[in-house]
Design a protein around this ligand. Structure first.
Ligand code: HEM
Length: 506
């Protein structure tokens, strides 16, 4: 079942506009050699790694190129100049296309998948944005610490047993539990289970299916997978329906996101989110709020394990800033500047949400060179933008957190680092993700030395998001790190009620 009243088929977006219709000078944009009639540019491409294939094409074809798959043609942009032009909100807006549009049967007009004209986007944005203010974040901090303690408890046991830890698996448990707990007061018990929670399995199923839809000529070819997908969607909605019901009958929580969704009226119009929209938002936050952060933490740990010099510098900072504070307070996390640079650099090389799409609001000319009709769109490949040698230098492939020194950041052109997207539709959870990930990296660096498996070579798996596949690390315990279950009183937190999305720059 998709959502009530729809099926996967009819809930799929109509009019997946092929580029021929929107780009009058399309022929001037290069495409891969050896185009096959009907199939298009499939030679040498794998349906499992569309992003990494596109990176290879970008190497050969330059800052803008096109690919044709089963008769539909798409334009990809990755050069810094063109990507910056597409960030101009007066001429371009988010386009709900390709992978994201395939999630419409799952979450409809929730924040991530809403079309720009759908009224529920502005309503939900205005109601939910204060849930990501500094005050809200400071209130989530103790819960984030509690979940992180479950991770270190698990890692301590693995270490004692002499086993390597499953980094992406454990980071996914951590980030899922964190968003479930802080957003919805829910506990999936991920660390206590031998197998992933069925909700997680269903969620991964729908993401994988959404990606596969892009790689077949017609959804009818995925009949069995479509049936499984519909069961997965039903499971997601049932689980969330129960969660919402429990909250309603329990008389409210502690002011988390779910309370906000259920109780808050729009400050100007007095409107509230409908029951159906609340379900869609909860699923969206559970999905968007954990996969990407889990990948970011995993890539950061991978690079930290490979470079003891960088790890030592980050660890020194944690020791210096946190000293022997048993439990770091909210403001002590933002002061881990180098750890944050490690995270930024991991997100530069592997932006875990690897692309976003932009469409022309009116007829325009991209980069002064490529005419686009109103509604024409392109996919901005963040992973390609983040490796543009004109911005990042000839060693753009090298992991180097110093690229995020304040002076280096100031010297770069705007819109060159975009892991959280751009404009009004940029990531609402950016501060949440950065706080959570910096806190967890700090806690892990303070507690463990990380040893890589010498045989491991980075393999990146794609299911709309990016994740290092099969990454395992060996741990050594450092001097006994202080443990305490006392919840700290956050340091003084200045009041800030502005929209956290619009405030965020590059
Ligand atoms: C490292 C972690 C994260 C990354 C890399 C990331 C990346 C992104 C990107 C690139 C977009 C824009 C997509 C587009 O333009 O189509 C986005 C939107 C969004 N993200 Fe995140 N995200 C992260 C964490 C989070 C977290 C923790 C949450 C929630 C707690 C979240 C919730 C959302 C939502 C709801 C949107 C849609 C916003 C809108 O259109 O109004 N994300 N994210």
């Amino acid at each position: 079942m998709a959502e009530p009243g729809t099926t996967t088929q009819d809930a799929l977006p109509k009019g997946f506009r092929s580029a021929e219709q929107g780009w009058p000078e399309l022929r001037r944009i290069p495409h891969p050699p050896y185009r096959i009639p009907l199939l298009g540019d499939l030679l040498g491409a794998s349906r499992r790694t569309p992003v990494q294939d596109s990176l290879k094409y970008a190497e050969q074809l330059g800052p803008i190129f096109r690919r044709k798959v089963f008769g539909r043609e798409f334009v990809f942009v990755g050069g810094a100049g063109l990507a910056a032009d597409m960030a101009d909100e007066t001429r371009f807006a988010k386009h709900v296309g390709l992978g994201i549009a395939n999630l419409r049967p799952v979450v409809g007009d929730a924040l991530f998948t809403a079309y720009n004209h759908e009224p529920n986007w502005q309503l939900a944005h205005d109601v939910l944005a204060p849930g990501f203010s500094r005050e809200a974040m400071a209130a989530y901090h103790p819960m984030m610490l509690d979940v992180a303690e479950r991770l270190t408890g698990h890692w301590d046991r693995e270490l004692t047993a002499g086993r390597a830890v499953d980094v992406p698996g454990d980071m996914t448990k951590l980030t899922l539990e964190t968003i479930a707990r802080t957003g919805f007061g829910h506990d999936f018990g991920s660390f206590e289970r031998a197998r992933p929670h069925p909700f997680v399995t269903a969620m991964v199923g729908t993401l994988t299916y959404a990606q596969r839809l892009n790689t077949v000529p017609h959804p009818a070819l995925l009949r069995d997978a479509t049936r499984r997908n519909e069961a997965d969607i039903a499971h997601l909605h049932d689980t969330v329906g129960e969660l919402v019901q429990a909250r309603r009958s329990g008389g409210g929580g502690d002011g988390d996101l779910l309370d906000r969704m259920l109780d808050t009226a729009h400050p100007e119009t007095g409107e509230r989110l409908s029951a159906e929209n609340v379900r869609r938002q909860v699923i969206t936050f559970l999905v968007a709020g954990h996969e990407t952060t889990s990948g970011a933490l995993s890539f950061a740990l991978h690079y930290l394990s490979l470079d003891p010099r960088i790890a030592a510098r980050a660890r020194d900072e944690v020791d210096r800033v946190w000293g022997d504070t048993a439990v770091p307070g909210y403001d002590q996390v933002a002061r881990l500047r180098y750890v944050r640079k490690v995270l930024d650099e991991a997100l530069r090389l592997w932006p875990t949400a690897p692309a976003f799409a932009r469409e022309a609001r009116e007829d325009t000319v991209l980069g002064g060179e490529h005419p686009m009709r109103r509604g024409a769109w392109a996919l901005v490949l963040i992973s390609m933008l983040h490796r543009d040698r004109e911005v990042w230098g000839p060693d753009a492939e090298r992991f180097d957190p110093d690229r995020f020194d304040a002076a280096a950041v100031r010297a770069r052109a705007p819109h060159t680092f975009k892991p959280f997207g751009t404009g009004a539709r940029a990531c609402i959870g950016r501060q949440f993700a950065l706080h959570e990930a910096t806190l967890v990296l700090g806690l892990l660096l303070r507690r463990y030395e990380l040893r890589p498996d010498p045989a491991y070579r980075l393999r990146v798996t794609e299911r709309l998001t990016l994740m290092p596949e099969g990454l395992r690390l060996y741990l050594d315990r450092r001097h006994p790190a202080p443990t305490a279950s006392r919840v700290p009183v956050p340091d003084e937190v200045p009041s800030d009620s502005g929209c956290p999305v619009h405030r965020a720059g590059d």
